[in-house]
Design a protein around this ligand. Structure first.
Ligand SMILES: *Cc1c(COP(=O)(O)O)cnc(C)c1O
Length: 399
């Protein structure tokens, strides 16, 4: 069977995410290698019969414009987002900034979330063009940009995307969803009416804390084409090594993310048993005030979990302690879980976010659950919290 036939077959079969991540780029394979080759070249021999307009995903001239492994990773990223059209970037914020330049918003309704997005919009306002920021629940106008993060970083709580999708469509506004904290198979924002989906692929899409990257997925092919040709001028493409690592990691996205989602919900619920300072199964009393995660959230009225998150919520949540001192100290007291920024990798991490984002609670830390076993993570939490409240000897005694 030819590659092109195989590609139409997976589309026709309405394949699931796990199949798409492995096969959606088969049609771009031009050698017999199972693992795609990586081209370390900046330039290509120009084919004799090159016309002006045939720079397709299979014709490469110069790496700032396109590269084989980039086309393949974009094929997979598009396919797993309900057959959207993906454009990759050097980082999540490079994607955000490229989108602002593309869309030229006059007004942005910005939801809560990642502080870097606010800073990028601020830079755009100061250096490029004026933008009026409105609240997410204010009335929308035609041509507004609705910029929503779902789930919200750092709390892991969700917004009612279908509600905002309906409002955006009714007003003729454009909805962009930053879905970094819950990639497919967890959510499919196009079904809620999103026009664009954005990810920092440094998080779950790559999943091994070894790639920087961003992606915008457009429902409309033409918009993706414009974003792609603007990216050629901005120069903010993702390099071939990063694209290769991302493609390799996407092959296991479905299985990784489902497992991380499942263990995160278990861990959040277990920690919640010790909330309000109660203590629980070795977690000391007076340690945890509350836990925030979509699985513990009182969901918005009319929220349909099966439509929004059919396979579980994201694997990031927030733990609020009884004191700021615990939040500051505890990230360095785990044995497995690392004190590190970013999230979505196979290694569990925690971070006290307050020093870099003062809109977060100073008594809280963000938790990103990796692929360690639930029981081992529980032991790690008992150890770190006992250490923080009662010292190293008491923590060791609990091992
Ligand atoms: C990390 C992150 C970004 C920025 O991505 P970078 O790849 O770090 O530039 C944007 N949005 C969210 C929700 C993020 O978590």
């Amino acid at each position: 069977m030819g590659h092109a036939t195989a590609n139409s077959l997976i589309r026709a079969c309405n394949s699931q995410i796990s199949t798409l991540t492995v096969h959606a780029d088969d049609y771009l394979s031009v050698t017999s290698e199972i693992s795609p080759p990586i081209a370390v070249t900046s330039t290509y021999r120009i084919p004799e019969k090159l016309g002006v307009n045939n720079f397709g995903p299979e014709t490469h001239i110069y790496t700032r414009e396109s590269a084989p492994v980039r086309s393949r990773v974009e094929a997979v990223l598009g396919a797993i987002h309900d057959n959207g059209h993906a454009v990759t970037y050097a980082s999540g914020l490079a994607a955000t900034f490229a989108f602002l330049l593309y869309f030229k918003p006059k007004r942005i309704a910005l939801g809560v979330g990642y502080h870097g997005t606010r800073a990028a919009i601020d830079l755009y306002q100061k250096r490029v063009a004026p933008v009026t920021l409105i609240k997410i629940d204010d009335p929308y106008h035609e041509d507004d940009l609705i910029f929503l993060e779902n789930p919200v970083n750092p709390t892991g709580e969700v917004v009612h995307l279908y509600h905002y999708g309906r409002r955006a469509h009714a007003a003729g506004a454009t909805l962009l969803v930053d879905a970094t904290a819950a990639p497919p198979p967890l959510q499919q924002p196009f079904r809620a009416g999103a026009h664009f989906i954005l990810h920092s692929s440094a998080k779950y899409l790559s999943g091994h804390s070894d790639v920087m990257g961003g992606v915008i997925v457009s429902r409309c092919c033409e918009a993706a084409g414009t974003l792609r040709s603007q990216r050629t001028l901005l120069g903010s493409f993702q390099g071939s090594l990063e694209s290769w690592l991302l493609l390799r990691s996407l092959r296991t996205l479905d299985i990784r993310v489902r497992q991380q989602s499942r263990v995160a919900a278990q861990l959040a619920s277990w920690l919640q048993c010790a909330a309000e300072g109660r203590g629980y199964e070795g977690i000391p009393v007076n340690a945890i005030a509350k836990v925030q995660h979509a699985s513990l959230q009182i969901l918005p009225k009319g929220y349909d979990v099966c439509a929004s998150f059919p396979h579980g919520f994201g694997a990031v949540f927030t733990v609020q302690f009884t004191t700021e001192a615990i939040a500051k100290q505890v990230p360095n007291l785990f044995r497995l879980t690392a004190n590190a920024t970013s999230f979505g990798g196979v290694h569990s991490t925690v971070e006290w976010r307050y020093p870099i984002d003062q809109s977060t609670c100073p008594r809280s830390i963000r938790v990103s659950v990796g692929l360690e076993a639930f029981d081992d993570l529980k032991c790690d939490w008992v150890y770190a919290l006992t250490y923080a409240l009662h010292g190293e000897a008491a923590a060791k005694a609990k091992l």
